[in-house]
Design a protein around this ligand. Sequence first.
Ligand SMILES: Cc1cc2nc3c(=O)[nH]c(=O)nc-3n(C[C@H](O)[C@H](O)[C@H](O)COP(=O)(O)OP(=O)(O)OC[C@H]3O[C@@H](n4cnc5c(N)ncnc54)[C@H](O)[C@@H]3O)c2cc1C
Length: 396
Amino acid sequence: MTNTPDPGRVVIVGAGQGGLQAAISLRQEGHTGPITLIGDEPGLPYQRPPLSKAYLKTGVADQLTLRPESFFEKKDITLRPGLRVDRIDRENRQVVAGFEVLDYDQLILATGTRNLRPPIPGVERALGLRTLPDARALRDALDTPQRVAVIGGGFIGLEFAAVARALGHTVHVAEAAPRLISRVISPEMSARFRCLHDSLGTVLHLGNGVSDVSGGGLVLSDGTELAADLILLAAGVRPNTELAEAAGLMVDNGIVVDTRLRTEDPHIYALGDCAVFPDPATGRPVRLESVQAATDHARAIAKTIVHDAADPYAAVPWFWSDQADWKLQIAGLATASDDSVPVGEDTVLRFAGNRLTAVECINNAKIHMKARRLLAQPDVPTRDMLARETYDLTSF
Ligand SMILES: Cc1cc2nc3c(=O)[nH]c(=O)nc-3n(C[C@H](O)[C@H](O)[C@H](O)COP(=O)(O)OP(=O)(O)OC[C@H]3O[C@@H](n4cnc5c(N)ncnc54)[C@H](O)[C@@H]3O)c2cc1C
């Protein structure tokens, strides 16, 4: 017997990676009450990472679905695809979706992000890459020779560029920042990825934003004109926070939650791409766009809801990106001002003062897993300790 109060009806808004995981984890944790998973996309929940990788290359979609239809029946999870939640009525604990009103005792917001449309003239001509239909449209276009231009030298733009080059298209990438993936990785790792894409034959335009998307292609800020038949807009995303905002919940570059991933309303949680939460290592508010954050948040919320667990969220962030035959893996979370210590050809350690913040590596799963284990320890090796071991993580 447990004294935990019955969590009752759980409604999850957003049937993506994190929303689905929340439903799965609730059942795994023993929740027996009703679970309704509402998503505005049609069909079964699917994973997005392959959309800019394997799916784009092969066009094979059957690996994308995260669970078959029978799973939802077996686990007694009511999946409502193609339904958009319009409003949260916090007073009556209801969500309103079209003409339907659904009662909840616990509400999980897993609404993800959408592509940012920068105010560039003609930008509506560019395609995005967020959903399966987006990826299908790009995949179809790549069936015939194209002059491809990519706006944005971040993960998604570069993954797409690498696939397009592998399929034989000419590819230009325009990035306003002076280096690739500058928001997330060290200058040293950026430089390696610049070499990779140079070697693939992609033409990189760094420190050169896009000022116009014309019928014939792109115009860059220095006046360069790039002819293009296919333009991908990969200039970042914005969190889907409107529902939370309209319901009076705190929003600041995401739905603000506490160390238990709960909003200021004790019946409403938020997870994944749309949530701003206290970074377990530093306490600073962060919003992460990764499968790890979405799924670990979901697991933690399920524990809190089912067992009234009070443990603060503590997972170490990690991330990966596949570009050509390089797999970049990052453990931990660095800021742009953190120091970098390159180790060998494939690894960069990041530090804030004496504190190890992140480990970036290419095609080195052993170091990545070691870094995740070390960063999860209460006594993470310091920079001084690591320096004494020539920054060899395997010595710890
Ligand atoms: C092309 C691509 C490649 C990626 N590659 C990687 C990678 O290599 N590694 C990695 O870690 N991460 C990667 N990511 C990021 C990863 O997919 C996301 O971080 C993850 O999907 C976040 O899960 P989520 O549940 O927060 O949001 P999502 O999976 O985006 O799900 C949110 C869902 O909520 C729905 N929704 C929004 N508002 C409403 C509403 N009002 N009513 C109903 N439904 C609503 C949305 O339509 C969407 O279906 C990639 C993303 C993309 C797009």
